[in-house]
Design a protein around this ligand. Structure first.
Ligand code: PLP
Length: 383
């Protein structure tokens, strides 16, 4: 689809051409199993090692602190299980009300089995209160688990300060960095987190691969049990082509050049929509935010209807308004921020990438005002 304007990069990203090129030999020539005794398979092990070093270097970690997974959800689940299972006498965890379901749903499952979870509030701009975090730490707290950046609003949490608090209280800290990796600087040599999770398909690598960082010395209990792959920490034959792709994708980030360009386009879009469309509002802190994300609500219109009209023009974005069950409840993130219902229903997340062009942003700026006014004319709701 040549004419698509893709502003849904927090959902998934286009695989970079360089990544596809790096992966191809692992389907056609180097298709051996790295665990095989023969040299044909064994040579693949070299590329596995290289990819592990690339991920480690990007994060400021050591190669043996990196475990390859199938997705962000697997990394998040493994970290949380590890913290609980390795400390069976601790049955409490602290997280936030705005986590991704990969974290939130697992904690809800643990709650059904006698565990207690403190769900921290956020303020109207999606920010955490670190005093509330400190006050909720108990002697039986096994884990603090927060995202680095929110997938719906882009709001960034102060992970360095949270890590210091966790460390000072002797509590493990897991960071869901799925939306942060490739969008903000990460240096785990300076950040005392115990677990950190990333996912390939959010950073121009393919779907079906991710990585879990486990700090040396942090407790670890595998989720998948079977063969000896990943030193027994994640059994299952390695998805070598995608692992190579993930390593390659991380070498392609040039934050000093890309980030200002992406932020300028995002700001242009955001400022134009807020200025041109009456009764619109930004959801989330303006400054403590990923450069690529803007979440804007349009009062008295439904997000799904907006997306449909955008889609007819080839513009892809997401709505935070409906939940997967098909009910029309606004997203849990916007509800936690106290966004009024009349606004929350009409929220659209635009998420850019280094491939987004100014011409595309100009087209979206032109397209949005008529879409919103057309829907408002049809809407039974008015001030
Ligand atoms: N965490 C966050 C913040 C996400 O945005 C996502 C995906 O949208 C995930 C976890 C889950 O990642 P995956 O789709 O790779 O399982």
């Amino acid at each position: 689809m040549a004419d698509v304007i893709y502003l849904d990069n927090n959902a998934t990203t286009r695989v970079a051409d360089e990544v596809v090129d790096a992966m191809m030999p692992f389907f056609t020539e180097l298709y051996g199993n790295p665990s095989s005794m023969h040299t044909f398979g064994g040579q693949v092990g070299h590329y596995l090692k290289l990819a592990r070093s690339q991920v480690a270097e990007f994060l400021g970690a050591q190669p043996d602190e990196i475990i390859f997974t199938a997705c962000g959800t697997e990394g998040d689940n493994t970290a949380i299980h590890s913290a609980f299972k390795s400390q069976p006498y601790k049955k409490h965890a602290i997280t936030t009300k705005v986590e991704h379901p990969a974290v939130m749903s697992l904690f809800k499952e643990y709650e059904k089995h006698g565990y207690q979870v403190t769900w921290l509030d956020v303020d109207g701009e999606g920010r955490l209160d670190l005093n509330a975090l400190k006050a909720s730490i108990r002697p039986d707290t096994a884990l603090i688990s927060t995202m680095w950046a929110n997938n719906e609003t882009g709001v960034v949490f102060p992970v360095e300060e949270i890590a210091d608090i966790a460390k000072a209280h002797g509590v493990l800290y897991h960071i869901d960095a799925v939306q942060a990796v490739g969008k903000t600087e990460i240096d785990l040599s300076k950040l005392p987190a115990d677990y950190l999770v990333l996912s390939g398909h959010k950073l121009h690598a393919p779907k079906g691969v991710g990585a879990l960082y486990v700090r040396k010395g942090a407790p670890f209990v595998p989720l998948l049990i079977g063969g000896h792959q990943e030193k027994g920490r994640r059994s299952g034959t390695e998805n070598i082509a995608s692992i190579v792709g993930l390593g390659k994708a991380l070498t392609l980030f040039h934050p000093k050049e890309d980030a200002p360009k992406i932020a300028a386009l995002r700001d242009k879009l955001e400022n134009a929509l807020l200025a041109q469309i009456p009764n619109s509002r930004l959801n989330g802190a303006k400054d403590e935010r990923l450069d690529n994300t803007t979440n804007i609500s349009f009062k008295h219109v439904e997000g799904e209807a907006i997306l449909m009209l955008m889609s007819q023009l080839g513009i892809c974005a997401s709505s935070g308004s409906a939940c997967a069950s098909g009910s029309l409840d606004p997203s849990h993130v916007l509800r936690a921020m106290g966004v009024p219902f009349t606004f929350a229903h009409g929220s659209i997340r635009f998420s850019l990438s280094r491939y987004t062009t100014e011409a595309e942003i100009n087209r979206v700026i032109e397209a949005m005002p008529p879409i919103i006014s057309r829907l408002r004319q049809l809407s039974p709701f008015h001030d």
